[in-house]
Write a protein that binds this ligand. Sequence first.
Ligand code: ZN
Length: 391
Amino acid sequence: MKIRQCFVVMLTAWLMSLTFSHVAHAAVEVRDVRLWTAPDHTRVVVDLSRNTTYQVFGLKDPDRVVIDIDNGKLVQQSEILKEADPVIGSVRYGNSESGTLRLVFDVKEKVKLRSFLLKPMKGKPYRIVIDLLRNQDGEEAPVLRANDKRELIVAIDAGHGGEDPGAIGANGLQEKQVTLEVAKKLADIMNKQPGIHAVLTRKGDYFVPLKKRVDLVRKAKADLMISIHADAVRTRTVKGASVYTLSEQGATPSKIAAALAAKENAADAIGGVMQDETVDNPTVRNILGDMAKRDSLNSAQMFAGNIIAELEKVGDIKYKDSKRARFVVLGALEVPSVLIELDYISNPAQERKLRNSAHQQKLATAIYQASVSFLERMGMIKGKMVAKSNE
Ligand SMILES: [Zn+2]
């Protein structure tokens, strides 16, 4: 009996050593390399078959960025750099004798580097993220009109982007595409109105961390903040828009709203942020007294009511009343902020609508009308402002 046990232990040890040596020697497959171009940086994302060690550094004459991946092997001669990028010129790669895969990115301007490894998440593999940070920042300065009378500023936040597609429809439409289209259309309508200026927190297909979105809203000194999303659930027949505001610490939001907030707040983990870019508590940077805070939250709820009333005219509504939850992106407490789920992208019929430019325009116009009604109610603008047609 003893001999048999001993044999089993030895066999197990031998099998384990085989497994480990196999893992140690198998190449790390580099399955894809993606680029996301933001105004202030370009992000390179490298998909790996498993965890490994790597080095990222810059070299001069000519300026280039090097990524060394230990034991790496490029399996897909991926179509790196099909699109033009303002920072990266060309890409080369090759393996050294020691088995290190070297990716070399020629850069057109001086950049600062930062990189981090993302663990597998939501179907995405281990990823090395390298940000090439540009010197100029792509942010807008607060707008002053010629007569020094400040314009009303509306921050429009297109949810998700870049590595984070958001919800995905049955026929492949990505939430990040819809949110950007509607956000841009809404900004266009707003910017045609004298006295109103729209600021977009995201202008293209790249990821913006939730904390940075909140910072952009604050920096723009926004009077209103509108975050645009589209939801997905398993039941494909579910449809309709819903609108949310921030709930205070201690408030008891509905379970459904809390689950939605958790889903939206996961954007950072999927899109990829460094530790210092994350926020876990939207009320941490509370710069308002209790009265002002309550006032701002009440205003946001009033604004949310206006939006539901307008969206009801152009489509389906999921909940007649706005709901509250702890959405990180609504963290600029001093700015009346709402988060809109335009519809359910998981419903194929609604997905088709959300893809349609004319329907997107209707949604944007409805949100614009609600914004105007709200600003009028708050006494911030006078006289009726009707959306100017796009023609
Ligand atoms: Zn979303």
